[in-house]
Design a protein around this ligand. Structure first.
Ligand code: FAD
Length: 470
């Protein structure tokens, strides 16, 4: 049929349907609730928030998710409109009344003459005559659809018991303590023998660290997490620590093949390694540090690692069920499945993380699908925008690990580490005095935000005229 079919009316699917209809293209929005519920959803409302009611910082001038809010508002996002209309006080954050928010989204979609809401599970690959489909079924995609997609993509898994390691901003690592070196100076593909950042520990530091891991507060398992397989068989670091004091020293923290240039004669007792996580080299993940420690505990304990005392985290570790594609390999630049381009993906399934990010990928998927329906191709938003940076993470910007059988692509929140660096970094205040310390970081974020919004406005003016006129 000539309609766009959107599967899943969560954060991404609701926004996608709205954008398609706004562009003048009819859309059928399929939602399995309430006939079939997920393990986390409680209502039949569209865009139900399954956990927190926060859309995080609303500071567009110096926070990456706040910037994403601003970009979405400029694109007339339904999710942002409903959030703004149902805001509750939360300091600098945008938090919402979850029922009011969901009701506003449901009503707007119900009322739109070009949108038909079809309740019912899509329990397998969509029918062959749906030629323009957006799959936005989220981290808890129902099993029949997940199985069908897995078969189509030839991947061995799609739903993971997902243990993720924390990611650190490179510029927050103290390189007067840490150093670049690959184990045994091994030169891998694209590397130069100094691919990892290494943080040394003495015996006392190591023993204290292991004890802190064991004592640290963990998040509890949900019942629905117990049936899903481990991703790559990786164990949480605190579970390794519990197996014995030497386990980590013989695992991810082994000190062999490394020499500390700051103190070449002292052999470190243990070493924490960080591996480059994005092409730009602005983000590093702590190798083997997947964890179920609570967020606050992670920050406290991981900042005791020498060199990471001032670490800023782009993402903290965690463990939960998650359904997502190996997008850099499986999707093209327009979020279409290479193996079957009539299927476009959106939301957390594509490898973003978070309500706002999921909705934003739904937004762009809706614009792409509407352009397709008109026989046009929409130019992607600039890489300098929050939207473009997130798309870059999903469809290409990621470094593949060299170990066979592993999959390094992991869902991520929007953060400034995903943005291309500034051509010139601000050094002075408007009054001409030099910026110092944290002022520099703030000025850099402000410059990244200003560049993003200017580039987004230009992109809207150049490429969305037809949609805006419609
Ligand atoms: P969803 O919002 O989950 O929407 C998917 C929709 O598809 C659902 O309505 C579902 O019923 C429907 N569906 C699934 N399968 C089918 C099918 N076969 N046919 C038809 N419909 C189907 N992010 C945050 O920012 N803050 C949080 O606090 C937070 N907490 C989370 C807690 C849990 C337990 C999980 C799993 C994730 C959490 N996330 C959180 C991450 C993420 O932001 C949310 O999951 C977000 O809702 C993802 O948006 P989405 O549109 O991709 O999927």
């Amino acid at each position: 049929s000539s309609s766009v079919h959107v599967i899943g009316a969560g954060l991404a699917g609701s926004e996608a349907a709205w954008q398609v209809a706004k562009a003048g293209v009819p859309v059928v929005l399929h939602e399995m609730r309430p006939d079939r519920m997920t393990e986390a959803h409680r209502t039949d409302g569209l865009a139900e928030l399954v956990c927190s009611n926060s859309f995080r910082s609303d500071d567009a001038a110096s926070n990456a998710v706040g910037l994403l809010h601003a970009e979405m508002r400029r694109l007339d996002s339904l999710i942002m409109r409903a959030a703004d209309a149902n805001q509750v006080p939360a300091g600098g954050a945008l938090a919402v009344d979850r029922d009011g928010f969901s009701a506003a989204v449901t009503e707007a979609l119900n009322d739109h003459p070009l949108i038909e809401i079809a309740r019912g599970e899509v329990a397998g690959l969509p029918p062959a005559d749906w030629s323009n489909v957006i799959v936005a079924t989220g981290p808890l995609t129902s099993a029949p659809l997940a199985d069908a997609i897995r078969e189509l993509t030839d991947e061995n898994a799609l739903a993971f018991f997902d243990a993720i390691a924390p990611i650190v901003h490179r510029e927050s690592i103290d390189m007067s303590v840490a150093w670049f070196q690959s184990r045994y100076d091994k030169v891998g593909p694209g590397g130069n023998g100094a691919d990892y950042i290494n943080c040394p520990m003495t015996k006392e530091q190591y023993d204290g660290f292991v004890a802190a891991l064991i004592a640290g507060e963990k998040t509890e398992f949900k019942e629905w997490e117990t049936n899903t397989p481990y991703f790559d068989g990786c164990l949480p670091i605190e579970v390794m620590a519990e197996r014995g004091p030497e386990t980590l020293r013989h695992g991810p923290m082994k000190p062999v093949g490394l020499t500390n240039p700051h103190d070449p004669t002292t052999k470190p007792y243990a070493v924490v390694q960080l591996r480059q996580d994005n092409k730009l080299g602005t983000l590093y993940n702590i190798v083997g540090f997947q964890t179920k420690l609570k967020y606050g505990e992670q920050q406290r304990i991981f900042r005791t690692i020498p060199g990471l005392e001032k670490a800023e985290f782009a993402r903290l570790g965690g463990l939960h069920r998650n359904t997502f594609l190996n997008s850099p390999k499986l999707l093209d630049g327009q979020l279409r499945l290479r193996a079957q381009p009539r299927l476009r993906f959106a939301g957390q399934m594509t490898g973003c993380e978070g309500y706002v990010e999921s909705a934003s990928v739904g937004l762009i998927a809706g614009l792409y699908a509407a352009a397709d329906a008109r026989g046009e191709t929409l130019v992607s938003p600039p890489a300098t925008t929050a939207l473009g940076s997130l798309l870059g993470h999903i469809t290409g910007g990621h470094i593949e690990t060299i170990e066979p059988g592993t999959r390094s692509f992991q869902p991520m929140n929007i953060n400034f580490g995903l943005f291309p660096p500034l051509a010139t970094v601000p050094a002075k205040k408007p009054d001409g005095t030099r910026l110092r310390g944290s002022e520099k970081t703030v000025a850099k974020k402000q410059a990244l935000s200003a560049r993003a919004l200017a580039d987004l406005d230009r992109w809207i003016a150049d490429h969305l005229r037809i949609a805006a006129a419609a």
